[in-house]
Design a protein around this ligand. Structure first.
Ligand SMILES: NC(=O)c1ccc[n+]([C@@H]2O[C@H](COP(=O)([O-])OP(=O)(O)OC[C@H]3O[C@@H](n4cnc5c(N)ncnc54)[C@H](OP(=O)(O)O)[C@@H]3O)[C@@H](O)[C@H]2O)c1
Length: 297
């Protein structure tokens, strides 16, 4: 793929995903300014050519296009509206973090007051996909803003997916992450169940793979689950809990019956005390086992 005309882009938040997005944009020849609360996290990006900014205000002032990849809605609101408000006029903000639909709608409204345009652009995929430019970028917002953003969004997803007004992409992202949580949970229980019965895992997997029940994510996480090694996460358990809770809140507001997810919510709540929050989300498997299995984690 040929590189787009080089742009000047600001990335606010260089955690796991934000750093990979910034790295991808730098590798495609764009001039990228980065800000992160913990400034030491900027060093690898500066080594690749990024411009570090000491404050969100200075970072936003540096570019017409601002990408936010902060942990959640309240943090994104605080960084943009409290720490960068005076620099936002004329900016287009692309909001990548997984937040509540109501928070996304609120950001669009509050940014408009400050003279900034807004698109919600949550993504499916993680660091490897961001580095390769093959995330699935879901877009909520107005067509004029999307037209402005497209050359840059195409660096992350060759075909960004417009879904409707602000809120539509966030709802879609939460629906997908509810599937991540539910599928991981269902598979984990099935795996523990056959193992506890003394059935060979490969014999179970062969039947599953040959059936309509198989999902690729089962095989993707199987080795981690069998080894009980959830290190080097791309998407940690704490974020999965956040996203499931956001889905439940949004689905309740839509009048859906979400009581089937409440057990999974409490299970994920136990991840913090079990020390699993910073590990790969498949560490959920350590919570579903019999107590003696959990003790081995
Ligand atoms: N990782 C993925 O694969 C993935 C995929 C899709 C969507 N997402 C979503 O993208 C967002 C970021 O995920 P991530 O995995 O990159 O998370 P992460 O590694 O935990 O990074 C979170 C970022 O938010 C910043 N932050 C947290 N609290 C802050 C505060 N009070 N003030 C200012 N900055 C603050 C962190 O700064 P510090 O470095 O100073 O802590 C860091 O830059 C989340 O909403 C996540 O659900 C992630």
């Amino acid at each position: 793929m040929e590189a787009a005309t080089p742009k000047t882009i600001t990335v606010l938040g260089t955690g796991l995903l934000g750093a990979a997005i910034a790295e991808r944009l730098i590798s495609r020849g764009h001039a990228v300014t980065v800000w992160n609360r913990s400034q030491e996290r900027l060093a690898p990006l500066v080594a690749l050519g990024a411009q570090p900014a000491p404050t969100p205000q200075q970072a936003v002032a540096a570019s017409k296009l601002v990408i936010t990849v902060l942990s959640d809605g309240p943090t994104t609101q605080a960084v943009l509206l409290e720490q960068a408000a005076d620099a936002l006029a004329g900016r287009l903000v692309l909001q990548v973090a997984t937040i509540a639909p109501s928070e996304s709608v609120g950001l669009e409204r509050d940014l408009a007051v400050l003279g900034a345009a807004f698109l919600e652009t949550p993504v499916l995929g993680s660091r490897p996909e961001a580095l390769q430019g093959n995330l699935q970028v879901m877009v909520g917002g107005e067509a004029t803003a999307l037209e402005r953003a497209l050359p840059v969004l195409r660096e992350l997803d060759p075909a960004p997916k417009p879904l409707g007004p602000v809120g539509a992409a966030t709802h879609t992202k939460l629906a997908l992450n509810q599937l991540i949580a539910s599928l991981t949970h269902s598979f984990s229980l099935a795996l523990h169940g056959v193992q506890a019965a003394g059935v060979e895992v490969e014999a179970f997997m062969a039947i599953l793979r040959a059936s309509a029940l198989h999902a690729p994510t089962f095989d993707k996480k199987l080795a981690k689950e069998l080894a009980g090694d959830y290190s080097n996460p791309n998407f940690p358990t704490a974020h999965l809990r956040k996203d499931l809770n956001l889905f439940v809140e949004a689905a309740r507001a839509q009048g859906l019956d979400v009581q089937g997810l409440s057990g999974l919510q409490s299970l994920l709540q136990r991840a913090t005390a079990a020390g699993l929050d910073g590990l790969d989300y498949s560490a959920l498997h350590a919570l579903t086992g019999a107590p003696q299995l959990e003790a081995e984690v």
